[in-house]
Write a protein that binds this ligand. Structure first.
Ligand SMILES: [Zn+2]
Length: 208
């Protein structure tokens, strides 16, 4: 069985950053399911076509397909996986525990209010797609891309009700997952309000 470390946390909690850092440090493969799907679709692989068809029908991608995708995307001799924002459901969590050697689950805890504020502060360049955050990674000049001078905008799903809905869905879903992982004794909750370095150090200490 392959070793697995899981990062859970809402968008803006910094889980992607920490997952990447830990993957670099350990040599584990960083796996973000959404990215895997997009890569397979872009490459036009058989798996990508399957996923695309399912998404086009508006269906949820079934768990079997998700795990098949993960297993076919692993590099040879991959020493372990850092999952970024996965599992999302209890069924996926059960499958994960049964088929991988789960070492640790890190939950980056961010309050609902802070999560909304961080998402609302996101901006993207309308020309080159570079991303910014007015709270943590602001552009040098207001509303202007540092790289290309393009105008910055907010994604339509990063505003008002769309955020509130997404955030509240996340907390409902994640509550059940957290309970599940508490019972495995492997859950570690870390305040996402800490700095990147501090969080990184906490994570390292927990893994010794
Ligand atoms: Zn730009």
């Amino acid at each position: 069985m392959i070793d697995v470390i899981v990062f859970l946390g809402i968008q803006g909690s910094g889980k992607g950053t920490q997952a990447k850092l830990l993957a670099e440090k350990t040599g584990y493969q960083h796996v973000n399911i959404g990215d895997l799907f997009r890569q397979q679709i872009a490459k036009g692989t058989e798996m990508g076509l399957k996923v695309k068809a399912v998404l086009a029908r508006g269906d949820l991608v079934v768990d079997e397909l998700v795990f098949l995708l993960v297993n076919t995307s692993l590099e040879e001799d991959c020493p372990g996986i850092v999952f970024d924002g996965f599992p999302r459901t209890l069924a996926q969590a059960n499958y994960l525990v049964a088929n991988y050697r789960l070492k640790k689950v890190f939950y980056l805890d961010l309050s609902e209010e802070d999560a909304i504020a961080r998402i609302e502060a996101r901006r993207v360049c309308s020309v080159c797609g570079e991303t910014y955050n007015l709270l943590s990674a602001a552009p040098k000049q207001a509303d202007t891309c540092d790289k290309c001078g393009g105008k910055l905008k907010q994604r339509s799903d990063d505003t008002g009700d769309a955020i509130r809905q997404r955030v509240s869905e996340f907390y409902t879903q994640t509550f059940a997952l957290k309970e599940f992982f508490v019972h495995t004794g492997l859950l570690s909750t870390i305040p996402a309000s800490l700095g990147i370095k501090e969080i990184e150090q906490k994570i390292s200490r927990e893994l010794i």
